[in-house]
Each structure stands twice: as structure tokens, then as C-alpha cells.
Design a protein around this ligand. Structure first.
Ligand code: ISE
Length: 339
């Protein structure tokens, strides 16, 4: 049996701290050996859930000290490249939260560095692919039990945004980014065009935002997607998808929590954050990554090429925020290295 994997978690913000707790409490065959975080307060808070872990402010120092066998990167996207590069140079297996990097040019630099190695070392944290309902829907699409897929109607709703730090562009790069990965994966076809339409502005949306938006994607196989991207719904966190087939309809992401009849009302619990909504998907993703690394397979999920395709789709999406009509997405052919 291989030794337990020593994971260095880079970034101890909300997602990094959540992964630290997850690895310590639920993941088998791994433990958090290092927390790499420049903010001492955050590092100390996360370390409470990682007994015996070492603290570093730079990934280079953790590598140099021989403190990690693999890294999980959970910093904001603009800090991914400076962590990915030394980790690749050290030939470490990597689980990197989305996005790969903020733009396709920097993603390309990462792809070039990775291709110096014998095989892909980076798994991308598109956790929705590990959600049980998304997997069932994908099986339905592949098996064609309800006939072929024709359309997808999706809604991605967040209760609110974290102030001015979340910008208009982030509707695409921070939120729709997940749909650019998971919907082509579900439908088995890349994005061909993206268009953004604006309904009336939500008056409770923060002043610097113009949303919700309606994102229309045409996939190369002719499947049409409409997505409501809405980040000020107030009531909770909701991600739902309806697939329209030739001979049926399938729905995932419906409220499924506690049902309550009280005070002449019926109610059902709803999530308020992606951390709980996708908790089991995150668990499954991290466990499969750990298993893949320990078995020498290194990754078991979306790779850096998937991250690059999503970066290209996001660039078209950002253009579509300001330009009327559909914007073309280029999806270059997948190199054999990333097959
Ligand atoms: C956040 O960064 C995520 O990744 C969530 O999954 C997404 O639903 C949310 O819109 C993003 O801000």
C-alpha cells in the first residue's frame, strides 16, 4: 500500500480552508502536510484543522523543504500561474481550482510547461463533473434513453456577491466558467458561439452590476443552451439544469433538503452556498484525485486542456457582455498529450 499522500494546500481563503477540513476529516490516503498562505491569520485558522502541518508563505519554500508530495491550489485565479509553474517544475501532481489561469495566453504558457513532463500532472477543479446528478444526466445523454439531446435550459443563481471585488466580467469568468466546462461535457460537444442578453436590471443588484444576464450558447453539435446567470437572488444558492431530449425531459438540481409543514405553510430547505450545494462533489473530486496520484495515474478528471478551452470560451463570453449578437468561440483540436 503506498504511503499517505502529503498534500500542500496553497491558499487558505474560503475554498482552501474548506479543502483543508475535507482532507483532514473525510479523505482517505492523504493528509495536509503544509499550508501555503501569506496571510498569517488565515493560515493559523486553517491550520487548526490540519494538525502537524507546516506553514509556508511561498510554494517554492514548501517544495524546497520537501514538505509536499502534491499540491491543491485554491488561491484566486490570478495567482495560479506563479504556483503552477514551480509545482510543474518539481513534477508534483496538482489539483487546481478553476480557472486554470485568468486568460488563454497564460493558460497556454502553463500547457507548454506541462508538456515538458511525461504526462498531464494538472487536474482542474471543475467539481460539478463529480456531482451524482450531473453524472446521471451525462449517462442519460450518452445512452440516449430519452432520445437525443436537443436543448439545455440552465439557471445559476447566487444569493449575493462579495461586494465590489466581484465585477461585471466575473459573471463570466467566475460563475459562467463552470457552465462552459460542464455543459459541453454533458452534451459531448464544444461551445461554438456565445451571446449575452440583458433583461431588466435587478434593482437589488449592487450598483456596479448589470444583471441578471441571459447567456445563449450554441454547441458545435447544434444543441442550444440558455442560461440564466443571476447573482443577487437573495433567497439562496441554486444551480439547476433541464435537458430537453427528443422523447423526454430530465431535471437536476432541484431543492431536496428538509421539507417542513408549519404555521399553515409548506417549505423546503435550500442551500445558501456552493460549499454545501456541491459538498459531496468536492469530496468525490478530491478523493478520486488522491487515489489517482497514489496509484501513479496522477489525475482522474478534467485536465489543463479542458481549462484552456474554458479560458477561450470565457474570453468570448466577456466580449459578448459588451457586444450584441453571438461571438464565435475557437476550440482548437485536443493534442494527443491531453487525450
Ligand atoms: C464561485 O466562485 C464558484 O465557483 C461557484 O461555484 C459559483 O456558483 C459562483 O457563482 C462563483 O462566484
Amino acid at each position: 500500500m503506498p504511503k499517505d499522500l502529503r498534500v500542500g494546500v496553497v491558499g487558505a481563503g474560503m475554498m482552501g480552508a474548506d479543502h483543508v477540513k475535507r482532507i483532514t476529516e473525510r479523505i482517505k490516503g492523504a493528509y495536509v502536510s503544509a499550508i501555503i498562505e501569506p496571510d498569517a491569520g488565515r493560515a493559523a485558522a486553517a491550520a487548526e484543522n490540519a494538525p502537524g502541518s507546516q506553514a509556508f508563505t511561498r510554494v517554492e519554500d514548501a517544495i524546497e523543504a520537501g514538505a509536499v508530495d502534491a499540491v491543491l491550489i485554491a488561491t484566486p485565479g490570478q495567482f495560479h500561474e506563479p504556483v503552477l509553474m514551480p509545482a510543474l517544475e518539481a513534477k508534483l501532481p496538482i489539483l487546481c481550482e478553476k480557472p486554470l489561469t485568468p486568460d488563454s495566453e497564460s493558460s497556454q504558457r502553463v500547457l507548454e510547461a506541462e508538456q515538458q513532463l511525461d504526462r498531464p500532472h494538472i487536474q482542474l477543479g471543475f467539481m460539478r463533473r463529480f456531482d451524482a446528478e450531473y453524472q446521471q444526466l451525462r449517462e442519460l445523454v450518452t445512452a440516449e434513453d430519452a432520445g437525443e439531446l436537443i436543448m439545455i435550459r440552465a439557471a445559476h443563481r447566487n444569493p449575493s456577491i462579495p461586494g465590489a471585488a466581484y465585477t461585471q466580467k466575473m459573471l463570466i469568468t467566475d460563475s459562467v466558467v463552470h457552465e462552459f466546462d460542464v455543459l459541453p461535457w454533458l452534451a459531448g460537444s464544444p461551445v461554438k458561439t456565445v451571446e449575452v442578453k440583458y433583461p431588466r436590471r435587478n434593482p437589488v443588484s449592487p450598483e456596479h452590476m448589470r444583471e441578471p444576464i441571459l447567456v445563449i450558447m450554441e454547441l458545435e453539435n447544434g444543441v442550444l443552451v440558455d442560461l440564466e446567470m443571476n447573482v443577487s437572488v437573495q433567497f439562496g444558492y441554486q444551480v439547476s439544469t433541464e435537458a430537453v431530449f427528443a422523447e423526454g425531459i430530465a431535471r437536476i438540481g432541484q431543492p431536496s433538503g428538509l421539507e417542513l409543514w408549519h404555521d399553515a405553510r409548506y417549505s423546503r430547505a435550500e442551500h445558501t452556498s456552493f460549499v454545501t450545494r456541491f459538498a459531496s462533489a468536492y469530496d468525490e473530486q478530491v478523493q478520486r484525485w488522491v487515489n489517482a496520484v497514489r496509484s501513479g495515474q496522477l489525475i482522474d478528471g478534467p485536465n489543463a486542456w479542458d481549462g484552456y478551452l474554458v479560458a477561450l470560451a470565457c474570453e468570448a463570453g466577456v466580449t459578448a457582455l459588451e457586444q450584441a449578437g453571438p461571438v464565435e468561440v475557437t476550440s482548437p483540436e485536443r493534442p494527443a498529450f491531453y487525450a
